[in-house]
Write a protein that binds this ligand. Structure first.
Ligand SMILES: Cc1ncc(COP(=O)(O)O)c(C=O)c1O
Length: 458
């Protein structure tokens, strides 16, 4: 059994967690209508719902909060953040935003016109929705290996360059206001993109005069994968690799709640001064003045410090190995996962684990609910509840290929024994997998139903 590098930090503040009794957990599930989003967070023992905004800040970040300058315009906090953004990403034109989707909203408002298309390897769901909200058409062109859960390709987040070229030719570059890449590819399992692929994507977009924007939520994890897996990068620092990555782009949007290890915050940057002016105007209308963008000064300071901590290589080695360790332990417990483990989460193949539960009875939900029932652990169904929809022409249900349960790992928050407990809980569930039953809706809204739906066990 391999372990992983010890946490490169020690614990100074603790937040107690408690495991409710079996009877209390059963009552909590019933009260929540078997929807894990409806549980009280305090009733959860280990919360792996998301890695977004759930990380632990460092003592330097907490100290930075106290240095926050709350001036409305031109605060010192803004200039400290601007220095970090220019140093790491090489961008001078940027605004802070309250989180990633605010950056996506502004970018889409400024650049997307109805009927236009925005290609990417895979858009995250908020990016997809923000492009659609402006009448645009988000398009996913990830390589085929990125859709095969058992493929061991080292860069499953890569764009299919041949498909991208064909798509641009068919659509016409004038109908593509910008192109994107998501690093790492969250919607595809947190899988990284290689530098060679990013360069080929940038060259392709630029050959057609299309600006290239990166969705940079987990750029540091992606850069560390490049260092580990891509020839020629082993001796480079992650910060150098990040510098090279962003030198290829004309702009980026970023949820800072991931690799900048803050509880709230985002960034939007561009090299185009005209676009920057439009971004500032849109920001002022909806979020706030360009030097704070809807955040407090102290949030900007925590982000400026967190951006560097997210690039720390001892931290990244621990982080990626921690995720891989959980994957290995879950495999040992007899469950299949999306291979190879990505940066921030393990995706369990619930469809393969519970073959007796059909799509329409939600195998992912059956496993996610059982994880809470057995061990007080919260994961997230990523399957038919989230993605099944009626065919607009036939009315027949179209089910996604995979029924997954995502276990996302908050940064610097849980230790190896927490992860061992998760794997041991799954091993116990594995022994009685055949007795697990599916669920049916008792209430389901038309859109984004996973957040508020209610269920009953079958
Ligand atoms: C790849 C990616 N882009 C954008 C976002 C949206 O960021 P936020 O939740 O900060 O709005 C997320 C959030 O999970 C993400 O994973």
């Amino acid at each position: 059994m391999s372990t992983y590098p010890p946490e490169p930090f020690r614990i100074k503040t603790v937040e107690p967690i408690r495991l409710l009794s079996q009877t209390e957990r059963e009552a909590a599930l019933e009260a929540a209508g078997y929807n894990l989003f409806a549980l009280k967070a305090e009733d959860i023992f280990i919360d792996l719902l998301t890695d977004s905004g759930t990380g632990a800040m460092s003592h330097e970040q907490w100290a930075a909060l106290m240095r926050g300058d709350e001036s409305y315009a031109g605060a010192r906090s803004y200039y400290r953040l601007a220095e970090a953004v220019e140093d790491i990403f090489g961008f001078r034109f940027f605004v802070p935003t309250h989180q990633g989707r605010a950056a996506e909203n502004i970018l889409s408002a400024v650049l997307v016109r109805p009927g236009q298309s925005v290609p990417s390897n895979m858009h995250f769901d908020t990016t997809d929705a923000n492009i659609r909200a402006r009448g645009g058409r988000p398009t996913n062109l990830v390589i085929d290996e990125g859709l095969d859960p058992q493929s061991q390709h080292p860069f499953k987040g890569n764009m299919d360059i041949a498909k991208l070229k064909a798509f641009i030719e068919k659509t016409g570059p004038e109908n593509i206001p910008f192109g994107m890449m998501t690093v790492t590819n969250n919607a595809g399992g947190g899988q990284p993109v290689s530098m060679a692929n990013l360069r080929a994507v940038a060259e392709t977009y630029h050959a057609y005069g299309i600006p290239f924007y990166i969705d940079a939520a987990r750029y540091a994890e992606n850069c560390y994968f490049i260092k580990l897996r891509e020839p020629g990068y082993a001796a480079k620092s992650v910060k150098e690799i990040a510098g090279e990555m962003f030198s290829l782009a004309d702009g980026f949007c970023m949820s800072a709640k991931k690799d900048a290890i803050v509880n709230i915050g985002g960034l939007l940057a561009t090299r185009d001064e005209k676009v920057f002016q439009a971004i500032q105007n849109e920001l002022i209308l909806r979020e706030g003045f360009p030097t704070y963008g809807g955040l407090a000064g102290r949030d900007l300071d925590a982000m400026a410090v967190g951006l560097y901590e997210g690039l720390d290589e001892a931290y990244l080695a621990y982080r990626l190995h921690q995720t891989a360790y959980l994957g290995e332990r879950i495999r040992e417990a007899g469950l299949q996962i999306v291979e190879p483990p990505g940066g921030h989460a393990i995706y369990i193949d619930a469809g393969a684990f519970l073959p007796h539960i059909p799509h329409g009875e939600f195998p992912g939900q059956a496993l996610a609910v059982e994880l809470y029932r057995q061990g007080g652990i919260r994961g997230c169904e990523i399957g038919s509840i989230m993605f099944a929809h009626p065919d607009p022409e036939t009315g027949e249900m179209v089910y996604p290929k995979l029924e997954l349960v995502r276990l996302a790992i908050p940064r610097r928050t849980y230790t190896q024994s927490h992860l061992d407990y998760v794997a041991e809980t799954l091993a116990q569930i594995q022994k009685r997998a055949a007795s697990l039953r599916g669920y049916k809706f008792t209430y389901a809204p038309a859109l984004l139903r996973h957040f508020t739906a209610k269920f009953a066990p079958l």
